[in-house]
Design a protein around this ligand. Structure first.
Ligand code: GDP
Length: 453
């Protein structure tokens, strides 16, 4: 996500390090580099102009602050401006006073609407809502079935027209009128007490007046509380035109960026909110239903500037760790208890539950600089380490110091690893113990400084 932009910006800031004050020439050079970075990331020109102008003005006018050196001030300014460009505050779904809340999805074909419908449904369900999915994409032959599959995976019911029932207005799939299906879907939701309805509409490969009209008609018919414009972050410079067309043709209340996992540049993300004046509300970061996040402009800016996204990391950890485990870990910090292999195992299992290691490490400060190492991460390493820890006796796990040569050989045999693998694991535990001690003394890593243990 945003790898190029992130690399360029952090390199720019590095040049400013160690400077006591910023001359006009320093500011001009920095602004030029930021401009190139944004353009290379496919950010739309008007947005680039607005952005660099704001940074320049503020950097020149920056008062000498006791707390921040000039380089840090520039980082702060760029961070603030990025947050603003990305839409400022986090925008949540606004629920209707009288349920059901109707959420309509619109966007080009292939943008990821159907997938997103499932992700949103799953996420709402996990928050205690009772969503109903409505299949109003009657254009693409498989769209209804696809939504049914997605709904099943998310554990959310799908309202779909039955083949041949709608008669009078046959289209490509013979399933009838999407406006009627949407209206019936909302009525069904009201009757069955679903508190949210998500309507998946048809998309075409390009902007197309018939498609726009159909989406606008659905909008008029069901009066949605939210219309989410779903856009593929990889479409680059086309993002702005497409967004404008949907803004005029259908109008929308929020944006969902999809395929952020695949996009190294991410210019769409940085352009769409600004040029449409509509907030980015969600991000889709993969093909699995769980690859879905509420979009937080501040956290995204932090990620871009390689200051890490520790908040998201913590939230995911909270989901994966149970309260008991978390408390136990907390005690390790406070009471200076020794960190053992049992803790190591518990942590590893929790991390595995949190999802891909690569994705998580990517959210830590300074990690964007270590892209190559991240790419080289072998997720199976977890299983290997787990096998070694599980080959230890409970006593050994609690008292790793007793693991002598013959015990090491036994553990290696038991787990199918070599003695040097076991040695390495023991070294890693010692390092983890040291790190815990350092963190207790408040010497944790400084964001962006790349000194993550
Ligand atoms: P629709 O035509 O707008 O309904 O788009 P689909 O939901 O059918 O998605 C089109 C393709 O993009 C499918 O192959 C999805 O699996 C894929 N896709 C959707 N969202 C994401 C995402 O966030 N990341 C990646 N990598 N693929 C996605």
């Amino acid at each position: 996500m945003f790898a190029t932009l992130s690399d360029r910006l952090t390199a720019t800031f590095k040049n400013l390090r160690g400077k006591g004050r910023l001359s006009e020439a320093d500011v001009a050079a920095t602004v030029r580099e930021i401009r190139t970075a944004l353009l290379e990331a496919d950010v739309a020109l008007p947005v680039v102009k607005q952005f660099t102008e704001a940074v320049r003005e503020r950097a020149l006018g920056a008062e000498v602050s006791g707390a921040l050196n000039p380089a840090q001030q520039v980082v702060k300014i760029v961070n603030d401006e990025l947050v603003a460009v990305l839409g400022g505050q986090t925008r949540r779904i606004q629920y209707a006073k009288n349920p059901p809340t109707v959420i309509m999805l619109a966007g080009l074909q292939g943008a990821g609407k159907t997938t997103l419908a499932g992700k949103l449904a799953l996420s709402l369900r996990s928050e205690g809502h009772t969503p109903l999915l409505v299949a109003a994409d009657l254009q693409r032959p498989n769209a209804v079935t696809q939504l049914q599959v997605v709904g099943e995976r998310a554990g959310v019911p799908v309202f779909a027209p039955e083949k041949g029932n709608q008669g009078s207005d046959p289209d490509a799939t013979g399933l009838g009128d999407p406006v009627k299906v949407s209206r019936d879907g909302v009525a069904e939701a009201a009757a069955r007490q679903h508190d949210v309805v998500i309507i998946d509409t048809a998309g075409r490969l390009g902007i197309d007046t018939v498609l726009m009209q159909q989406a606008a008609d659905i909008r008029t018919a069901v009066q949605p509380d939210e219309v989410l414009f779903v856009i593929d972050a990889m479409i680059g410079q086309d993002a702005v035109n497409t967004a404008h067309a949907f803004l005029e043709g259908v109008d929308f209340t929020g944006v969902v960026l999809t395929k952020l996992d695949g996009d190294a540049r991410g210019g769409a993300a940085l352009s769409v909110a600004t040029v449409t004046g509509r907030p980015i509300m969600f991000a889709s970061t993969g093909e699995k239903l769980e690859d879905f996040e509420v979009f937080h402009p501040d956290r995204m800016a932090s990620r871009i500037l390689d200051m890490g996204d520790v908040m998201t990391l913590i939230e995911q950890a909270e989901k994966a760790f149970d309260a008991d485990q978390a408390q136990k870990m907390a005690r390790k910090f406070v009471d200076e208890e020794e960190f053992t292999f049992d803790d190591f195992l518990a942590q590893m299992q929790a991390v595995k539950q949190m999802g891909s290691l690569k994705k998580m490490l990517g959210m830590m400060p300074g990690m964007a600089q270590m892209k190559e190492q991240l790419d080289n991460i072998d997720e199976r390493e977890f299983d290997r380490v787990e096998a070694m820890v599980q080959s230890m006796t409970p006593y050994e796990r609690q008292h790793p110091k007793v693991i002598n040569g013959s015990r090491r050989a036994r553990i290696a045999r038991g787990s199918g690893r070599s003695v040097s693998d076991v040695n390495e694991l023991l070294t890693r535990l010692t390092e983890a113990q040291k790190m815990m001690k350092q963190m207790r003394r408040g010497m944790g890593g400084v964001p962006g400084m790349g000194n993550m243990p």
